[in-house]
Design a protein around this ligand. Structure first.
Ligand code: ARG
Length: 461
């Protein structure tokens, strides 16, 4: 068992199983780079402020860098009795450079240290996620560009409603993701703040320069209140919320992919590379990736609720409860990164079954609104037209017809102003073409929307 950094006032030490419960090293070791980055900035500032000598600072930095190198070569063994990443690194540093390593913790506490690590980690993770979303959106635009003329049924209540283009449908997800990205960017304002120098809770008696460590670490600002600096986890809750909302968006898309690829719909065929088989039913090709993405919302929601509950009623300032902020965030970041990557690959390799879509959209009543609009064009009030079309649809269902197949004589028995041009008018592609209102499904409106979306992506890169 290693000697505790805080062992001075203790007569006995916890047993190994108690240490194991207390320890976070098995998950916070992933913060090693951030911890070392924070320590190098802290040591540099201590030296510039003449709190430690520049030779001591150089020794410390050299020691930290050698630890970092060995960590990435898998050459470091961490100890549970040293609790967390901070005390493990400090122990290793003193082992490597001697007593001077003990000067690194001057004017610092693990409380501002872990807060700094988490701010650095969250900032990097959010910047990565913004890039992944951008890439996914670019793929959505690409695929949409190929399907401005691909007509499919648009649904409400999962009942066929009106024909739309596949591009129009897919682009909806572009805009959801655009809002997620904008939320992440906004959250960065609150993530990009340095808590370093708050020390345990009240600041420090040493003449430190918090603005220098802020600058060295690339943060935009510092926390104005040292208690707030060490106890704030709002930015993690916010990040978890955005991750979760983005996962919820992906789960909606996943659900569509699952339905579209079903035997019942056959709108798309997923690539073998993004599907799996069954161990008993040889014919099966399952959309497991989409199902997993849908399913993983359970865990990201869990992580968000878990941290909300951890923070509820927690008094100022640091409490060990806050150690519970990490695993959920790490897992949520990992989950969304994976989901975005998989989803992008899945839609880039799927085949759209245009023929099936073409036939599907002809075998429904989703052109019923067109018939009503046609009558409105003949100066019949919409309510009256709606009533007439309702009767036509009822007749068609009872007599096994679709609107495009009903003979003109029958139409005229429902309303004399229906003429032969009705058949072109009812064509699904004509219905789509007519919806030219901004944001509508016509080719021109969808092209306009895609251009706007592309311009937004161009501005970013
Ligand atoms: N492992 C701890 C955490 O993640 C680091 C801070 C410990 N601070 C303390 N006063 N025990 O929260």
């Amino acid at each position: 068992m290693s000697k505790k950094a805080w062992g001075g006032r203790f007569e006995t030490q916890p047993e190994a199983w108690v240490d194991a419960f207390n320890a976070s090293i098995h998950f916070d070791h992933v913060l090693l780079d951030e911890d070392i980055e924070g320590s190098i900035a802290h040591a540099t500032m201590l030296s510039n402020q003449n709190i430690i000598s520049s030779e001591e600072c150089q020794d410390i930095i050299k020691g930290l860098k050698s630890i970092q190198k060995d960590y990435h070569k898998n050459n470091i063994t961490f100890s549970e009795s040293l609790e967390d990443i901070h005390l493990n690194i400090e122990h290793e540093l003193i082992k490597r450079i001697g007593k001077v390593g003990g000067k690194l913790h001057t004017a610092r506490s693990r409380n501002d240290q872990i807060a700094t690590d988490m701010h650095l980690y969250t900032k990097k993770a959010v910047q990565h996620l913004i890039k992944s979303i951008h890439s996914f959106q670019a793929s959505i635009i690409n695929i949409s560009n190929q399907h401005i003329d691909t007509i499919m049924p648009g649904y409400t209540h999962l009942q066929r409603a009106q024909p739309i283009s596949l591009a129009h449908h897919l682009m909806t997800y572009f805009w959801m993701l655009e809002r997620d990205k904008s939320r992440f960017k906004d959250a960065l304002k609150r993530i990009d703040i340095s808590p370093l120098g708050a020390a345990a809770l009240s600041g420090t008696t040493y003449p430190i320069d918090r603005h220098e460590t802020k600058r060295l670490l690339g943060f935009q600002d510092i926390y104005e209140n040292s208690l707030d600096a060490v106890s704030d986890r709002d930015y993690i809750i916010e990040t978890l919320h955005i991750i979760n909302l983005c996962m919820i968006h992906l789960s909606r898309f996943a659900e569509e992919i699952i339905f579209w690829s079903s035997e019942e719909a056959q709108f798309i065929t997923l690539s073998d590379a993004f599907s799996t088989g069954s161990s008993i039913m040889p014919q099966k090709k399952n959309p497991d990736m989409a199902e997993l993405i849908r399913g993983k919302v359970g865990r990201t929601t869990g992580h968000l609720v878990s941290l909300l509950m951890t923070l509820k009623g927690l008094p100022l300032a640091y409490n060990k409860d806050l150690q519970e902020d990490k695993e959920g965030l790490f897992d949520a970041v990992h989950t969304l990164k994976g989901a975005l990557r998989i989803f992008e690959g899945m839609i880039k390799t799927m085949t759209v079954n245009k023929e099936t879509l073409y036939h599907t959209v002809r075998q429904d009543f989703s052109n019923a609104t067109e018939l009503a609009d046609y009558l409105v064009g003949k100066n019949i009030p919409f309510r009256e037209a709606h009533e007439v079309v309702g009767k036509v649809v009822l007749w068609a269902i009872q007599n096994d017809y679709y609107l495009l197949d009903i003979p003109l004589t029958i139409y005229q028995s429902f309303h004399p102003s229906i003429e032969t041009d009705i058949y072109t008018y009812l064509e699904p592609q004509e219905a789509v073409k007519r919806r030219q209102s901004d944001g509508g499904t016509s080719q021109t409106a969808v092209q306009k929307q895609i251009n706007k979306a592309q311009a937004l992506l161009n501005e970013e890169s």
